[in-house]
Ligand binder design. Structure first.
Ligand code: PPY
Length: 407
């Protein structure tokens, strides 16, 4: 049986900004712990941060002198209105070059999420870890790296929604990085239509939000009689912040009631998701796996691929069926153009192209013998197998607190 090594040089380069200036491999515990960063890593991070701050300052100057047109989205927002004051104390999202030494954080868990305050991912972080410090990041990639570089202790990743199904790009991220799933939360998502105070629905020509939120509200937007273009942005709360910061009277955002509060917007319509029981599942990621237990219901997530043989999927699924292990998810992702590096027992690596990656979640803990036997059998039929994590199930999807994260 082969497996991929901890640092996988053949995993394809990241699409957006290069991150190779950042350390690629995970530090070992012997190198540094969260509160005792290695000097050289932090020194280079500080240098990067200093240049990022300089660039940001320059951009802010340009924005000040050009007005506030940050996106040139549709050219609808050329009114000049007073800016809605946004709380300057709100944390600014991390961006890819922002990594700086971790603050001395005592025992507070630092949880990185993609978006700005008011995003659903921030709420998911709070549900999983009630007293955590939530750290906003401008991309998922950054949230992963924040954990890999010990700037955060956990990352939060939305992976599927009861309306829209799997969020495929986030599954790709799980494979590309070496973080472990240590928990899950199911978060009921309640979308609101937000606009500047005094704006009426008839003024709107555009609605902006995260693509998932736009698709979850599609029918309701039509029912509300809104003749608006829909435009996708990175996160829901970021959309709200954008409307407020640019005083856009022709644009509404789809976001949470908390985002309305934070960015001084009014709620034009409440609960606009097409399905009232709209739930998003988030997973919590950490550098180290948790020790699986049997004293409460656990779920295990795996990813596998095979390159030869017939009826492989049937055989894999039988390994679970024969042991009465329920599957809660099975997903296939095309993977043809992205090689995976496999190493054999002698640590000799080869790049392999698989047609598909299969993601399976099953209801058992890796501490159970039946789960271990099932995986031993799966290993026989597959060329690549990775356990993404074995973690407590979120059994309380509708409660406002308490997810299935580790204790
Ligand atoms: O943009 C956000 O607020 C997110 O956290 C992502 C998201 C978007 C829509 C539904 C659930 C999560």
């Amino acid at each position: 049986m082969q497996s991929i090594p901890a640092t996988n040089p053949t995993i394809p380069a990241l699409k957006s900004k290069p991150i190779c200036s950042l350390p690629r491999s995970l530090p070992t515990r012997a190198m540094y712990r969260p509160d005792t960063p290695s000097r050289s890593d932090w020194q280079s991070s500080c240098a990067i941060l200093a240049s990022k701050v300089a660039v940001l300052a320059q951009q802010q100057e340009v924005q000040k002198s050009n007005g506030t047109d940050l996106t040139s989205l549709n050219g609808h927002h050329n009114q000049t209105l007073d800016l809605v004051p946004i709380d300057p104390n709100l944390p600014r999202p991390l961006s890819i070059t922002d990594f700086s030494p971790a603050p001395m954080h005592g025992s507070q868990l630092r949880v990185a999420y993609q978006g700005v305050p008011g995003a659903y991912s921030e709420a998911a972080a709070g549900k999983a870890y009630p007293n955590c410090e939530a750290i906003p990041c401008d991309q998922f990639e950054v949230a992963f790296q924040a954990v890999e570089l010990w700037i955060a202790d956990r990352a939060v990743l939305p992976v599927e929604n009861s309306l829209g199904g799997s969020i495929h790009r986030n599954y790709d991220l799980l494979l590309r990085h070496r973080l472990h799933i240590v928990g899950e939360v199911q978060l009921p998502v309640h979308h609101c239509l937000l606009a500047l105070p005094g704006v009426r629905k008839e003024y709107l020509t555009r609605v902006i939000s995260h693509p998932q939120a736009l698709s979850q509200c599609e029918l309701t937007l039509t029912k509300l009689g809104l003749n608006v273009v829909r435009e996708a942005v990175d996160d829901t709360a970021g959309a709200a912040e954008f409307v407020a910061a640019n005083s856009l009277r022709d644009t509404a955002a789809i976001a949470s009631a908390r985002a309305a509060d934070l960015y001084g917007l009014q709620i034009l319509a409440d609960g606009i998701q097409d399905d009232s029981s709209n739930v998003t599942r988030f997973v919590m990621l950490a550098r180290e796996p948790i020790i699986p237990r049997t004293d409460r219901p656990f779920k295990t997530s795996i990813v596998f691929a095979h390159d030869k043989g017939t009826s492989v999927l049937f055989k894999v699924l039988s390994a679970f069926a024969f042991r009465n292990i329920s599957l809660t998810k099975i997903e296939s992702r095309p993977h043809r153009n992205r090689p995976i590096r496999l190493v054999d027992d002698a640590n000799v690596g080869t790049a392999k192209h698989f047609e598909y990656m299969f993601y399976v979640d099953f209801e058992a803990s890796m501490a159970e013998v039946r789960a271990q036997n099932a995986l031993a059998e799966v290993q026989e039929f597959t060329s690549f197998l990775r356990v993404l994590g074995s973690y407590p199930m979120d059994m309380t999807p509708w409660s406002p607190s308490g997810g299935g994260a580790e204790d």
